[in-house]
Design a protein around this ligand. Structure first.
Ligand code: AR6
Length: 171
């Protein structure tokens, strides 16, 4: 693997990576959780860019500038809502990570921070989501020549522990 994966407990809006990823909804108009925090910290320029883009389907990703954030870009991806695992949730969640990394590569982004997509309001069980997140990212990094660091930013100690454990299980 060429790029490095790291885990921190913290607030994604404060990260100094080239890009941070937002767990958005399809309307891109903002919401609660990490989405609300990112929109608030980035300021009105982000709202305006999102409004212009207008829509993002589940599993896909779009990119805007970072507004007032330290990060130069925000990549907005829409995670699946958990319906018990019968509606293609694992593949859609993996797509969020893959498509976000693909966009990052296209913009020559070298460092990127992800939150735990879908595991808040969207109800995805975190152990399962963490496994998909770390596996998809580490598989992607095997093929990427440009991305140097993927940082998972977890909001609680428990979420942090679950992601670190999922990563250990992968080794
Ligand atoms: N930094 C890092 N992680 C955070 C932060 C933060 N500042 N704030 C919350 N989290 P959620 P979802 C964690 O609900 O499940 C929104 O309303 C949080 O603890 O933000 O994908 C959107 O508009 C959890 O572990 O995203 C959508 O409608 C993780 O981020 C919907 O929620 C994801 O929780 C998306 O739901």
């Amino acid at each position: 693997m060429k790029g490095n994966i790291s885990f921190v407990k913290g607030d994604i809006t404060l990260q100094d990576t080239d890009a941070i990823v937002n767990a958005a909804n399809s309307s891109l108009l903002g919401g609660g959780g990490v989405d609300g925090a990112i929109h608030k910290a980035a300021g009105p320029a982000l709202d305006e860019e999102c409004r212009r883009i207008g829509y993002c389907p589940t599993g896909q990703a779009v990119i805007t500038t970072g507004g007032n954030l330290k990060a130069k870009y925000v990549i907005h991806t829409v995670g699946p809502i958990w319906h018990g695992g019968t509606r293609n949730e694992p593949e859609l969640l993996a797509s969020c990570y893959r498509n976000s990394l693909k966009l990052a590569e296209e913009k020559d982004i070298k460092t990127i921070a992800f939150p735990s997509i879908s595991t808040g309001a969207y109800g995805y069980p975190i152990e399962q989501a963490a496994h998909i997140a770390v596996k998809t990212v580490s598989d992607y990094l095997k093929t990427s020549n440009t991305i140097k660091e993927v940082r998972f930013v977890l909001f609680s100690k428990r979420d942090y522990d679950v992601y670190v454990e999922a990563y250990k299980e992968l080794q």
